[in-house]
Write a protein that binds this ligand. Structure first.
Ligand code: CP
Length: 323
């Protein structure tokens, strides 16, 4: 795997290979010395044209734990704000010898343009592009589900028959799209729940069941409930009457959370807006995997950087640790 641009590109075998390598990476993170020499001498550039907390710091932690040199580039404060193009930015990164580029960009397709451009000879990893995809988020979500549902027997397993309800701002969500493609590839069944205004017009052609009523969806006792952030920065008109109405109809309130089976996972990719999308009771409950998702993100991104920058045929990435 040279580039990771979308989960749609992944076969079942490729997805399971990434999740299994992430399990190996996660094991190394329990050691006293967490650092591996795997990417020593390589340079990873984190190229962020949009804000991020979790994705940026976990890619940085992942690259550093693999001993890569890391350069963090934020568009704010760079020559991009003076009008420099993606091409010139990429050629600047090539000139300083980047071996891997992690890119977040507001334009859907920007990582694919970079990967196919010939401007830079580096593995490109999509860290979120517009409303298109956020593949490492979906991989860390699948990793978290697999671990919680299959425990120590996770390796080699898919998510066959797991019922996942994804709730909220589907139309603007690259997380929803990446999760849909990956979960279907792994055998899970996906239901989207949202007001009609927050569903894309193409949703009828997607492999998901669509519902408008959250209580009806929860009454079917799903295995996983994934709440999404309302992406107000992408909303230039009113998509629902007001926040109170949204929360009443589509929020995971304390009362709704209490109706879920104790085994149901409560997920959110973050950043979450408490009181709007999710209540404190649900977010801080034992069923909540929200902080586990963040922790698992480091192991998953270590796996993705390793496979992208060394080739998936490489030997065991975790054999050696740096003393
Ligand atoms: N889940 C996610 O992408 O979070 P950040 O925007 O903080 O990176």
């Amino acid at each position: 795997m040279r580039h990771l641009l979308s989960t749609k590109q992944l076969s079942r075998e490729e997805a399971i290979r990434i999740l299994d390598v992430a399990e190996d990476m996660s094991d190394t993170q329990q050691r006293t010395v967490k650092k591996l020499p795997t990417l020593r001498g390589k340079t990873v550039v984190n190229l962020f044209f949009e804000d991020s907390t979790r994705t940026r710091i976990s890619f940085e932690a992942a690259a550093k734990r693999l001993s890569a040199d890391v350069i963090n580039f934020a568009a704010k404060g760079s020559s991009v704000s003076k009008g420099e193009s993606l091409k010139d930015t990429a050629q600047t990164l090539a000139a300083i010898g980047a071996d891997g580029v992690v890119i977040r960009h507001p334009a859907s397709g920007a990582p694919a343009v970079l990967a196919g451009s010939g401007w830079i000879d580096a593995g490109v990893v999509n860290a979120g592009d517009g409303t298109h995809e956020h593949p490492t988020q979906a991989l860390l979500d699948a990793f978290t589900m697999r671990r919680r549902l299959h425990g120590a027997a996770s390796r080699g397993r898919d998510l066959d028959g797991v019922r996942v309800v994804i709730v909220g701002d589907i139309v603007h969500s690259r997380v929803a799209r990446s999760n849909l493609w990956l979960l279907c590839t792994l055998g899970a069944e996906v239901t989207f729940v949202a007001p009609p205004t927050l569903l894309p017009s193409a949703v009828g052609a997607w492999p998901a069941t669509v519902r408008y009523d959250l209580d009806e969806a929860l009454a079917e006792r799903p295995d996983v409930v994934m709440m999404l952030r309302i992406q107000s920065e992408r909303m230039h008109e009113a998509f629902f009457p007001n926040p109170r109405e949204y929360s009443r109809q589509w929020g995971l309130s304390a009362e709704r959370w209490a109706t879920l089976p104790g085994s149901a996972l409560v997920m959110h990719p973050g950043p979450m807006i408490r009181g709007l999308e999710i209540s404190d009771e649900a977010a801080d409950s034992p069923q909540s995997t929200i902080l586990e998702q963040v922790a698992n993100g480091v192991a998953v991104r270590m796996a993705v950087l390793f496979l992208s920058m060394t080739g998936s045929e490489a030997a065991n990435p975790t054999e050696t640790e740096i003393a």
